[in-house]
Design a protein around this ligand. Structure first.
Ligand code: 4NP
Length: 154
């Protein structure tokens, strides 16, 4: 299974999601390919935001190897599942889909955590460190559920 996580800048939420995904998959012995991207080109080539890296390290997860890139229409061919961090980015991603069938690969990551009160992961970029810990917690809930679904489907 190939999973892509997507946000706006690809330096905060989606690299955190990618880091949690690969960490939890490895822990559970699930083989997956992961990547992340941004709908904007604002931070292409950059490592994750220092605050995102620090929040991840507080949970024992290192994402210093990741580099930002922009989401492209070709990602619909490469990945099986494409997880948007929020409704605004999902709209931008759907607008790039080559056709309706491929567009259906894109969904909100929080759809995997239906009992969580938020459907979109709040952008932590303009806030403080606590926002990054909140993002980590909600992403962990959704990704844990996603991996449980994947295991049960096998
Ligand atoms: P992200 O956060 O989409 O979670 O990576 C942001 C990073 C940068 C900007 C906005 C959001 N920016 O406007 O530069």
């Amino acid at each position: 299974m190939k999973v892509l996580t997507v946000c706006l800048g690809n330096i905060c939420r989606s690299p955190m999601a990618e880091g949690i995904l690969r960490h939890l998959a490895r822990e559970r012995g699930i083989t997956i390919t992961t990547d992340s991207a941004g709908t904007s080109d604002y931070h292409v080539g950059e490592a994750p935001d220092r605050r995102a890296q620090a929040a991840m390290l507080r949970k024992g997860m290192d994402i210093s190897d990741l580099r930002a890139r922009q989401f492209t229409a070709n990602d619909y061919h490469t990945f099986d599942v494409i997880l948007a961090m929020d409704a605004d980015n999902l709209r931008k991603m759907r607008a790039l889909a080559p056709n309706a069938e491929l567009a259906a690969k894109a969904r909100l990551i929080m759809d995997h955590a239906p009992t969580h009160p938020l459907r979109s992961v709040p952008d932590p970029y303009f806030g403080g460190d606590a926002g990054f810990d909140d993002v980590h917690a909600m992403l962990t809930e959704a990704i844990d559920a996603l991996l449980t679904d994947v295991t049960q489907q096998r």
